[in-house]
Design a protein around this ligand. Structure first.
Ligand code: ATP
Ligand code: AH0
Length: 375
């Protein structure tokens, strides 16, 4: 699978463990790095409560920091177990666990050892997808947009559409599917919209001892408190023009803004804040999208989805409405990006991360005995 070999599709495996720290998603994809040819099997392995606690304690730590051994063991064992369930891939894309993200400062840190994973799996592993982009002046995130572009083409979109991921953090990709390639000028605009579920999860843990507001049940019983919402929207992040990206806990202020509210009103107001951040984000799109396809866990929250539908002028639907799998889209994205890296194709561009020119991130590690010249 080298640059000169044309566009023969390969089965690739992708793994993602997001900012919610809930577990590892893994999915197979048949792709040439430009088109989606087929979706394959997928699997999910939740982190145990102990594993999540170990990872949570490591948040904010950098590559050079001491004491990362236990967290690294969690990431390696969970990924090996998850990826080993899916056989037949020629290459794997391994995102790793983001512990810290400060692209204008110390950089970005996805915990994980792709070389060790390549040895254990016996196939090449592409990893450390974000560092090269950050080194070249980009945000290093979001990276799913190149895959969103392929998804838009795959579903036959002809007018601009947007993909919205409501994970721990929210991110939006606006796509003009008429452009030939994702790196072409005007094809993509992408950025993190703001917090999505992470602060709501923190509220639920703090006040109710629960991991998240299942079905938006608590928020549904509360009232949105206007003053708090307005203060939230004054945050400088919303005034910045994209591309822009966030760390998981950049919006810890959200919890402070609802500190005096009862649990129901706090949940409703935080859910409205996450939705309002998306609405602000949509204002940055070059032209309004024809539809917004929602991926990530937030699409299961009917309160958040209703707030988005009420506040936006186009249909807001789960990606399943277009035949895609919203639980596995990010894992598929890293399978897709792995093939792009193997083929020497770019994975980010000025419209997605603000990097000066299109760049291919990602390090390739091959298992011993299978080493060839990297492309
Ligand atoms: N049924 C549900 N009702 C309400 N919220 C839900 C539901 N299912 C999932 N969620 C929310 O979605 C979150 C998980 O979303 P997801 O798996 O997309 O996050 P992630 O991939 O870890 O984050 P990121 O994309 O920021 O890296 C949960 O922590 C929870 O807040
Ligand atoms: C630094 C980092 O891990 N960022 C994640 C996070 O989770 C959502 C949002 O913030 C997005 O920017 C990114 O993940 C997705 C997969 C991306 O890169 O497209």
């Amino acid at each position: 699978m080298t640059r000169g070999q044309g566009s023969t599709p390969v089965w690739a495996l992708g793994a993602m463990s997001g900012t919610s720290l809930d577990g590892v998603d893994a999915a197979m994809l048949l792709t040439d790095g430009e088109r989606i040819l087929a979706f394959g099997d997928s699997t999910y392995r939740p982190y145990t409560a102990d594993e999540t606690a170990i990872l949570r304690a490591a948040l904010g730590r950098w590559q050079e920091d001491a004491g990362l051994g236990p967290a690294l063991r969690v990431v390696q064992e969970a990924h090996l177990e998850t990826l080993s369930r899916l056989a037949g891939a020629e290459v794997a894309g391994f995102h790793g666990q983001t512990l810290a993200h400060d692209p204008r400062g110390r950089g970005t840190h996805q915990l994980g050892d792709g070389a060790a994973l390549a040895e254990a799996l016996g196939i090449p592993v592409v990893w450390d997808f974000r560092s090269a982009d950050v080194r070249l002046g980009g945000e290093g995130a979001p990276l799913a947009p190149f895959y969103h572009f392929a998804c838009a083409r795959h579903i036959g979109a002809t007018a601009p559409v947007a993909f919205l991921n409501l994970g721990g953090v929210g991110n939006l990709t606006w796509i003009d599917p008429a452009r030939a390639r994702p790196e072409d000028a005007g094809a993509l605009l992408a950025f993190d919209t703001g917090p999505a579920n992470a602060p709501i999860n923190d509220l639920m843990t703090e006040r109710r001892g629960l991991p998240y507001d299942r079905g938006g049940a608590l928020a549904a019983r509360g009232q949105v408190v206007d003053g708090a919402l307005e203060l939230f929207l004054e945050e400088g992040y919303f005034l910045k023009t994209p591309p822009k990206s966030l760390d998981r806990d950049d919006f810890s202020l959200m919890l402070d803004l609802v500190r005096e509210l009862d649990d129901e009103d706090a949940a409703a107001t935080m859910t409205a804040m996450s939705a309002a951040a998306v609405m602000r984000g949509i204002e940055h799109c070059p032209v309004p999208p024809e539809r917004i396809l929602v991926t990530g866990g937030g699409r299961h929250n009917p309160v958040m989805m209703a707030m988005l539908s009420a506040g936006l002028d186009c249909p807001v639907e789960p990606v399943e409405a277009a035949g895609l799998d919203g639980d596995m889209l990010e894992a598929q994205a890293f399978a897709f990006l792995a093939v792009r890296v193997m083929r020497g194709l770019p994975t980010s561009c000025p419209g997605t991360t603000g990097v000066r020119t299109a760049v291919g991130g990602g390090e390739i590690s091959r298992p011993a005995g299978a080493r060839r010249t990297a492309t």
